[in-house]
Design a protein around this ligand. Sequence first.
Ligand SMILES: *Cc1c(COP(=O)(O)O)cnc(C)c1O
Length: 352
Amino acid sequence: MISFYPGPSRVYDQVPKYVKDAHAAGILSMNHRSPEFMAMMKKTLTLLKRKLSIPKDYTILFTSSATECWEVVAQSWITDKSFHLYNGAFGQKWYDYTRKLKPGATALPFDREAVLNPGQFVFEGTENVICITQNETSNGTQVSNELIRTIRAGNPQHIIAVDVTSSLAGVKLDFSAADIWLASVQKCFGLPAGLGIMICSPGAVEHARAIDNRQFYNSAVVMIDMIGKWQTSFTPNVMGIYLLMRVMEKVKPINAIHKLTASRYKNWMKMLDKKPTLRHLIRNEAVRSLTVLPLEADEKTISKIKKSAKENGFLLGDGYGDLKSTTLRIANFPAITDREIKALMKFLAGQR
Ligand SMILES: *Cc1c(COP(=O)(O)O)cnc(C)c1O
């Protein structure tokens, strides 16, 4: 079965070998306070910064999931208000979780066909948190680097937090334009689930230190202090970190990966142009995600394609939430091979 599911998704072919290597090298029972672990952590973070073009002065933290990162943002950075810019289910979930912890959370939804227009929203105060879902996995839309830069320029004192769970390591991101970039590894990293990543600007670190909330094992300041010693505040997913290190060693720098993602996206669009029964859910090309493709058809066609895909060895993503019966989603993640994409395109071309 070839997985085109947009998370958990296809892992890199080398992952089983890396797991074996991890066992042989004693990684699976490695002590997370040992010098060996600290060296592995240091190497992993250095590679992440180098391969993804993350500024050297940023701090990278590990959690267990992107959802946990949402909670850390709420607990460690939001003191008063947060503003949630979203157009789909993941952005809405982030807002819902935050609202339970911080009643000052404010929803600022926008239409999924619309280019986000930050000028139409009011971000009160000067030091609140603006939350943006950069790549909305549920409906296949994205917010551009340019737009995030515009929001940064207009709100220099606010902390800007960006959910890049289904785009980090798949497309080029301008980390200088925001303070907290959160994700997990079971999407564009081509790794098994169980590891969340939070990339923090010096401003975000300073802000967390000023607030100094130390109530939780995963309070940002506690994690920041620990990562200064190449450690974590809890026993982390050591194998996950090892696998991330191996994959980061192997993958090309993000500029090359971005090119691949963008050219594959173009090929998918070309293929869809020739397919009247199946079309991109999003009409506005300017807001389409490069990494998650939501395809729309009538209910009967969608269920037929899904069923037949399974019989032919392709696992396609279900539509999300209320789009479940009329859409399916295809991951355009780097671990998928050209051969697999060709095979799926051929299969879809033969469907009516
Ligand atoms: C998958 C996803 C999440 C949730 O990730 P977990 O690691 O399961 O917590 C959050 N946001 C977006 C945009 C996602 O695609």
